[in-house]
Unconditional design. Structure first.
Length: 91
């Protein structure tokens, strides 16, 4: 997913000492749906751990990035979806 990072949270560590950072990604694009152009705008929470957390914590607020990883619920009791980052490409 590509977009601009917004809402820089501070880098923190899990109880096991693993670096962790939460950010938000704002995505805006034009997509085709049923033959009609559609403007898509959304925000999604992203989480990164270990080396990816260290890297994501240095990306400036508002900078364009392409993130890849997987979607999962925030927790077992939550239906809130979070993108877990496995790779970061700055654009």
């Amino acid at each position: 997913m590509s977009g601009k990072l917004i809402g820089a949270d501070a880098l923190r560590h899990t109880p096991a000492g693993v670096p962790l950072v939460n950010r938000r990604l704002r995505h805006v694009s034009d997509q085709m749906e049923a033959g009609v152009a559609r403007r898509v705008e959304c925000e999604i929470e992203v989480i990164a751990l270990a080396d990816q957390a260290m890297r994501l914590s240095t990306v400036a607020d508002g900078e364009s990035v392409r993130l890849s990883g997987f979607l999962a619920n925030r927790s077992r009791a939550s239906s809130h979806i979070v993108l877990h980052v496995n790779a970061i490409d700055t654009e």
